[in-house]
Write a protein that binds this ligand. Structure first.
Ligand code: ADP
Length: 703
């Protein structure tokens, strides 16, 4: 209650104050005139009018009128002759009074209008001061636009707000924000509108970088309306957004009614546009940085090393990256396949087309020749006006209602690996930086795809090699196995012949039989080696471990080599420990190992082989030494002696047959038994191969 009274008092107070002020001033003036003896003069009136103006400025129009009327009445009635009557005696008096009233009214009205305008400007300034920081601070372009649209509404009551951005690549103004607050504006799809420089008021504002105020758009020939829009009486303001000499776009405002927007509104919009441009520049720089980081992360994600990923997965990752980066509504990635065509590897986007768009078919090189031109780095197409667009692209674009598209060729060096097509359903504006970034990412994607394909080819080759190797081992295993049986038969008969069990041999045949036996043994050794190698490499055949006396293995091996030694008139000296040399092992493999050492001792003796074989225990190990007095091994060759296929490079050894797998097998077998093998040698003096095997633990059965 008291608040309402307070308000009434506050409203009423200026009236007595104004009347009082004019009364006091009038009295003062009258006194001054009386003292100075000046008659009632026009000066008096003039001063009074100025005073009234001041009151109107300070206290408002109402109090000023009230005070003027009151003082005029009182002074005229009481103080001006004839006293106690209004002295309207002549026409002159009436004219004087009317002139006075008109002058006072004019001053009051003038002051009133100026005052209102000033307070409006002040209010707008306050509002601007409040919203400016919000416009400037935002780092998100969309937010900037929203803030600007909203802030503008608070200072100008518009019916349609539009913000166009300048697309440097297509040199057109593209509408990015439209706020329609009246039905008459809502029926048009403003977002499909793009304008060229000089087209309509907006285009003219962009071209001249000057702002325009159209008082009545319905009769202005410069206006351009979208097809199907009816012209209505409205005022339009178009203001370019420029910062640092760069055109960002144009801000356009429509308000219903002719002459509904004023020059003041124009000034205001200029200030808003300048701030918007600045804010957009900030937002853009921020977005640039953000996009660059995104692009880098994306490029990093392209690393083609991940062989586990399916091609389709890689393709869709690449595509997704492009969609994220470009905000495309729809996108396809085409990759060159072996058939020489560009197949769709992936497609997607934020809004895939509603209709089933037939852009999935593979394309021939001719169909994409326009993109394959090495001069094309990015191809920005305005689908409606682009004559170069091939039919397949145009058809798809039309079906999907696409309004903007970008094609990015993917090149790895000279190769045109594929391309990405990005589509938008609304006209887009882009900066050259954005296109450059997309292009960079495209070339990185190309390299990734290309490397991946190369890796795949390589992998295919490696797979083939592995398969070949497997077939070779299998063949070796089968072949050596098949050779073994007939060899045993041959050796059996040869041995019978040698012993004379099949009857007396003519002396000439005896040497032949010895050679036969020798070569059969050599062949057997070779077959055994092949078989063992195949088994070891296959890894499938397990060792057949059993507890055994190494002396038996060694004695048998020595017996097997004796015929060869005898043929070369050499001798084998065997010295074995008196007690069993127990080891856990595969008897067959151990036998092959010992065979190899013995055969080498025979092979690599220039003269008659003199071989000493010792089997004993040393340092808790079973030790076997095969020593010869042959040609020896050069020190340089010793470290590689046990490698597969290694043979000492010595012209003198050219006639010694061999494959270089013997010692490799020896080491494989011995190390497979938990032992080790070593060699000591003096070139020209001979070599001693020493094998050490773990002693079988008493009672512990075979593993
Ligand atoms: P291969 O005997 O089929 O050549 P090995 O693996 O058994 O293959 O031997 C590899 C090489 O080591 C031989 O070519 C030979 O030069 C050398 N070598 C092996 N044993 C002896 C040895 N007892 N005396 C001298 N050289 C040897």
């Amino acid at each position: 209650m008291s608040a309402r009274w307070g308000q009434v008092i506050r409203r009423a107070l200026p009236y007595p104050a104004a009347i009082g002020a004019v009364g006091v001033a009038s009295l003062g003036l009258a006194l001054l005139a009386w003292v100075l003896g000046i008659p009632r003069v026009e000066t008096f009136l003039l001063i009074l009018v100025l005073l009234v103006g001041a009151i109107a400025w300070q206290l408002g129009r109402g109090p000023a009128v009230a005070a003027t009327v009151a003082v005029a009445l009182v002074t005229d009635y009481f103080f001006l002759p004839p006293f106690r009557a209004f002295g309207l005696n002549s026409v002159g008096d009436v004219v004087r009074l009317v002139t006075g009233i008109l002058a006072a009214a004019a001053v009051i009205q003038f002051v009133h209008v100026s005052r209102r305008r000033e307070s409006l400007l002040r209010r707008r300034k306050d509002l601007l001061q409040e919203v400016s920081p919000r416009i400037i601070q935002s780092l998100d372009a969309e937010e900037v636009l929203n803030t600007v649209a909203e802030a503008t509404l608070r200072v100008i009551d518009y019916q349609h707000f539009r913000l166009y951005r300048w697309d440097e690549s297509s040199e057109r103004l593209v509408l990015v924000k439209s706020v329609a607050r009246a039905e008459s504006y809502e029926h048009t799809d403003w977002h499909t509108v793009t304008l060229s420089l000089g087209e309509g008021i907006t285009g003219m504002a962009a071209q001249s970088r000057r702002s325009f105020l159209v008082p009545d758009a319905s009769v202005d020939s410069r206006m351009v309306y979208p097809v199907g829009t009816t012209r209505i009486p409205e005022s339009i303001i178009s203001v370019p957004m420029v910062t640092g000499n760069r055109l960002f776009g144009v801000l356009s405002l429509a308000r219903k009614g002719a002459r509904s927007l004023s020059d003041d509104d124009l000034r205001l919009m200029e200030s808003i546009a300048a701030q918007t441009a600045l804010a957009l520049a900030h937002a853009e720089q921020y977005a640039e940085a953000e996009q660059t980081i995104k692009a880098l992360a994306m490029i990093e994600g392209f690393q083609p090393t991940d062989a586990g990923l399916a091609d389709t997965e890689v393709d869709s990752r690449i595509l997704q990256g492009f969609v994220d980066l470009s905000m495309a509504d729809y996108a396809t990635l085409r990759v060159l396949q072996r058939d020489g065509r560009y197949h769709v590897g992936a497609s997607g986007g934020r809004q895939s087309p509603d209709k089933d768009v037939s852009i999935g078919g593979p394309l021939t090189a001719e169909q994409v020749a326009w993109l394959a031109d090495p001069r094309v780095t990015t191809y920005v197409a305005d689908p409606e006006s682009d004559a170069k667009l091939p039919d397949w692209a145009r058809q798809a674009i039309q079906q999907a209602g696409i309004k903007a598209s970008v094609f990015l060729p993917m090149r790895a060096g000279q190769r045109f690996v594929g391309f990405v097509a990005l589509y938008w359903r609304r006209p887009r504006w882009r900066r050259p930086e954005q296109l450059r970034r997309l292009q960079l990412v495209a070339s990185q994607a190309a390299i990734a795809l290309d490397t991946r394909q190369a890796l795949e080819r390589e992998r295919g080759r490696a797979d083939a090699l592995v398969e070949l190797e497997r077939a070779r081992r299998e063949f070796m295993q089968i072949a050596s196995h098949e050779l073994r049986t007939p060899l045993t038969v041959i050796r059996g008969y040869a041995s019978l012949l040698e012993e004379g069990s099949l009857g007396e041999m003519p002396p000439a045949a005896e040497h032949a039989i010895h050679t036969l036996m020798d070569k059969a043994s050599e062949m057997r050794g070779q077959v055994e080696r092949m078989l063992l190698l195949a088994r070891l490499e296959d890894g499938a055949a397990a060792q057949r471990m059993t507890e055994l006396d190494l002396r038996t293995v060694v004695t048998d091996a020595v017996d097997r080599v004796r015929p060869q030694v005898a043929l070369k008139q050499g001798s084998v000296h065997l010295e074995l420990a008196p007690s069993p040399l127990r080891v856990v092992g595969d008897p067959e493999r151990l036998a092959t190992a010992v065979d190899n050492l013995l055969q080498n001792a025979v092979k690599f003796s220039a003269g008659p082989p003199e071989i000493e074989v010792t089997g004993d225990r040393k340092n808790g190990h079973v030790r076997l030494v095969v020593k010869d007095h042959g040609i020896g091994i050069p020190a340089a060759a010793r470290p590689r002696l046990f490698e597969k296929f290694y043979r000492v490079n010595d012209p003198e050894l050219n006639n010694v047959v061999g494959t270089g797998i013997g010692l490799y097998l020896v080491r494989q077998v011995i190390e497979g038994h938990g032992g080790r093998v070593d060699v000591a040698s003096q070139p020209g003096q001979g070599s001693a191969f020493e094998i050490e095997l773990p002693v079988a633990v008493e009672g512990a059965g075979p593993a």
